[in-house]
Design a protein around this ligand. Sequence first.
Ligand code: CO
Length: 134
Amino acid sequence: MLGRLNHVAIAVPDIEAAARTYRDSLGATVTAPVDVPEHGVKVVFVELANTKIELLEPLGDASPIQGFLDKNTGGGMHHLCYEVDDIIAARDRLTAEGARVLGSGEPKTGAHGKPVLFLHPKDFSGTLIELEQA
Ligand code: CO
């Protein structure tokens, strides 16, 4: 069921500063910032040969990453995103095994324009998991 690691997401208080670090200090290819209001985040992708790093800054008053940044003021690893072939089949299998899907339980459109779901960190070794239909 589990495919490639699509990205590792890092929540940051200042996305321009974080993007500069990846671009100028680490020499990585960094995309322009994009607002994703339906997820309450501003996003930059750092493109690596084998995966991506997703830098996330809160967008708006009700950003789902604000609480995380309140606890981790300098930023920190926020979630891992794994690819799946069929997100509904993956969700149904996981919920049948007792895993909790965050929100309504229905996929939303993610930063890549593909359906995504988030799974409760308590069910996955303390790590928030995003599934993206590849
Ligand atoms: Co993500």
